[in-house]
Design a protein around this ligand. Structure first.
Ligand code: PEP
Ligand code: MG
Length: 742
């Protein structure tokens, strides 16, 4: 009974031994294709491990008490089993066989040599390989774990245990039960030398958009770095078409590749902006296109079936990473779209909608928008909100992922594409279009685009997942979040069309207080007793210029860095006083779950002054602060000493102020890297200092809603909570759950 097998002699018949993924790879290696070296930890190894630790009996016992309809019961059972697997000892024979095979992988002899330190060992990918065909639904949804960039024997063994444990994630348990499969099952693991991909992608040996006519074409998609960004649809890849018979390149479409996933110098997989010269550059050389197509044609001939192949290029050499039969052509949702998009931009709020274009050039035209229309404009502002709610989709010329249109449409659940640069030119009034905001593309006419909807399993995490809100009406939909990590007041205060300061000028402060009391009160009630963090008004001088009274706003060259946030509130304390009066009334109503937070703060003296005003208003002088400027991040210890309830990264502004670039300038979007090394330093530093002082650390910018690598970084850095957009709660919760389980 072998616990570890090399590829020799193995092939597609060996699924029960080394799983589907393993069997496929072995088949390709033995057929002579350039597959990275690999070995296989058999299902027997898991069985031996389970027997040695008497796991099966214990696991079945846990399953007896499970309530499949209760997510917490699923989660508890999953955690208990996974913990048991992770903490169990791997039998020596199994461990030795794995260690020997690992040494052989890099050419070392299977004996201990002291001077080979873990540092010198190769990076490997550790991939779960399901052995039961009926687990297809789960494995195709990426349920079983894969760990990249693993190095050293101890890390390898612990990654293997994590793969074994991934047999029992809440989602897999749920699927198995739903499909009436036994929970007593097994798993194999593939260990493969890690490729440092400079480029990677997928190949279809048939055109999936047109399987009949396209059977003589090979379609290659390519991106920079690792393939994750492409597979997850985060990047617009290059697409090349090759004639299967002659090997000639038929067509080349060069995509705009804005991001790439790469291994950084510390061996951590990160997502980053692509350097300017590579964004529009052709990823594969013509020679590589032809060579890759030739390999893929051979693979199709080998299997005698159209194949879906993953590949990578390392130091100029092409590798085949994986191949599987193309059986589900119809499931490739994006491939169904016929025709080329007429406009592209950044998908800021996902979803698909078809409707008629209404172009808004100035505010007086807002009345044109009828329910279901597609709002096309240079950029939205708070005045647009009522018509945004009526629109089925929004497309703007300007803006990045943190602009007004992006933030509001996400909360309202409206598909939105920003930063197209030319929507108001290319799209014509009354034209029927389909907006695919999931992929940032606009098509002429009505186009059928299916959206993939995953079944959700709600999960609790140690790191709290809060929500960002601006509209009290959406609170109800968000109440499964662990609190509100940012309640923006700007939208609440401007629905009447009057600038908040105009209320003060007219001596109508009471009305302002009532609006805040009503709006915040609604949210606080829905979430009670979970915390609601309300951000003090943070309007830039240009944002509300069109409101009544806004014409008196001072003109500033750089409103983003101008008179807003706490600096303005202290100059004109009347609005802050109205806010705190509302807070007092909320407390009197028993809604003591509300805490106010101070935006754009840079000096402890500003905090001190705000506290004085609070005491004057007879409310607790307890505030949270937004960390939005390096000046604040780097002096966070002083704020902690002065006393704050929490510190929340406003990563939209913190990126702007740290990298020195305008967050709303669509030309700079590829430089707007919220995970720039400088940002990572600031995040880690602030989190560590907050921990020392028992201050809750959090983040409420767009970052965790958009980037898994950021979620991973922040959770591993020890952040207490992440506040995300309404549509991202489940996704981020699941990501955090996975990260915490690792
Ligand atoms: C931020 O800057 O990250 C933030 C949450 O505030 P706003 O986007 O409203 O400036
Ligand atoms: Mg901000």
């Amino acid at each position: 009974m072998a616990f570890v097998l090399e590829s020799k002699g193995l092939g597609k018949k060996d699924v029960p031994l080394i799983g589907g993924k393993g069997a496929n790879l072995a088949e390709l290696i033995n057929a002579g294709f350039p597959v990275p070296e690999a070995f296989f930890i058999t299902a027997q190894a898991y069985e031996e491990f389970a027997k040695y630790n008497e796991l099966k009996e214990k696991i079945l016992k846990i399953f007896k008490g499970i309530d499949y309809s209760d997510v917490n019961s699923l989660k508890t059972a999953s955690e208990e089993i996974k913990k048991m697997i992770i903490e169990s000892k791997v039998p020596e024979e199994v461990k030795d066989e794995i260690a020997d095979a690992y040494k052989r992988l890099y050419g070392g002899p299977p004996i201990d040599i002291e001077f080979i330190k873990p540092m010198d060992m190769p990076f490997v990918a550790v991939r779960s390989s399901g052995i039961m065909e009926d687990i297809k639904s789960a494995s195709s949804a990426g349920q079983y774990e894969t760990f990249l960039n693993i190095k050293g024997e101890d890390n390898l063994i612990s990654a293997v245990k994590k793969c074994w444990a991934s047999l029992y994630t809440p989602r897999v348990i749920y699927y198995r039960n739903k499909n009436k499969q036994s929970q007593d099952t097994s798993i194999s693991v593939v260990i493969q030398r890690m490729i440092s991909s400079e480029k990677s992608g997928v190949v279809f040996t048939i055109d999936p958009t047109n399987p009949v006519k396209g059977s003589n074409k090979i379609v290659i998609e390519a991106c920079w770095g690792l393939g994750e960004t492409l597979v997850q649809g985060k990047v617009e890849p290059d697409r090349y078409y090759v004639d299967k018979e002659t090997g000639d390149i038929l067509e080349k479409h060069i995509g705009k590749k804005l991001i790439e996933t790469v291994k950084n110098d510390y061996g951590i997989t990160i997502e980053r902006s692509v350097s300017r010269d590579k964004i529009d550059a052709q990823v594969l050389t013509d020679y590589e296109i032809v060579a890759l197509a030739a390999y893929c044609k051979k693979i199709e001939q080998h299997y005698n079936f159209p194949e879906d192949i993953e590949w990578a290029v390392e130091r100029g050499k092409i590798y085949i990473i994986q191949a599987r039969a193309v059986t589900t052509l119809e499931e490739k949702e994006t491939k169904k779209v016929e025709g080329e998009p007429i406009l592209e931009g950044y998908g800021a709020s996902p979803g698909v909608a078809t409707g008629f274009v209404k172009i808004i050039k100035n505010l007086s035209e807002l009345g044109k928008i009828q329910k279901g229309d597609i709002l096309v404009t240079e950029m939205t502002s708070p005045d647009y909100v009522p018509v945004m709610e009526k629109s089925s989709a929004i497309v703007t010329d300007a803006g990045g992922t943190t602009c007004h249109a992006a933030i509001v449409s996400r909360e309202l659940g409206i598909p939105c594409i920003v930063g197209t640069q030319k929507a108001t030119e290319v799209l014509k009034e009354g034209m029927k279009i389909t907006v695919d905001a999931t992929h940032g593309k606009v098509y002429a006419g009505e186009v059928a685009i299916e959206e993939k909807k995953e079944e959700e399993v709600e999960i609790k995490t140690k790191t709290q997942i809060k929500v960002n809100l601006a509209f009290p009406e959406t609170a109800e939909k968000a109440k499964h979040a662990d609190g509100v990590g940012l309640l923006r007041l700007e939208h609440m205060l401007t629905t009447s069309g009057m600038h908040p300061i105009e209320y003060i000028r007219q001596g109508r402060g009471e009305e302002l207080t009532k609006i805040i009391f009503d709006g915040v009160g609604k949210v606080a009630q829905v979430f009670y007793p979970k915390h609601v963090w309300v951000r003090s008004l943070d309007a830039r001088t240009d944002e509300f210029r069109h409101m009544k009274g806004g014409e008196n706003e001072p003109k500033e060259d750089n409103p983003m860095l101008g008179w807003h946030g706490i600096r303005r509130s202290l100059d004109e304390p009347e609005i802050l006083k109205c806010e705190l009066r509302a807070l007092k009334q909320l407390y009197e109503k028993g809604l003591n779950n509300v805490v106010w937070e101070l935006p754009f703060i840079i000096n402890v003296s500003e905090l001190r002054k705000a506290k004085e005003i609070a005491r004057e208003m007879e409310v607790p002088d307890k505030f949270g602060i937004m960390v939005e400027v390096p000046a604040c991040a780097l002096t966070i210890e002083e704020f902690c000493k002065e006393g704050i309830v929490f510190a929340s990264f406003g990563s939209n502004d913190l990126t702007q102020t740290t990298l020195g670039l305008d967050r709303n300038n669509e030309r700079l979007i590829n430089l707007f890297d919220e995970m720039h090394l400088s940002m990572q330093f600031l995040f880690k530093y602030v989190i560590d200092v907050c921990k020392k002082y028992g201050v809750e650390s959090s983040i409420c910018g767009e970052l965790p809603s958009n980037r898994r690598d950021a979620v991973e970084f922040l959770v591993k850095a020890g952040i207490d909570s992440l506040s995300v957009n309404l549509d991202a709660i489940e996704k981020v919760r699941e990501q955090v759950s996975e990260i915490e389980d690792q």
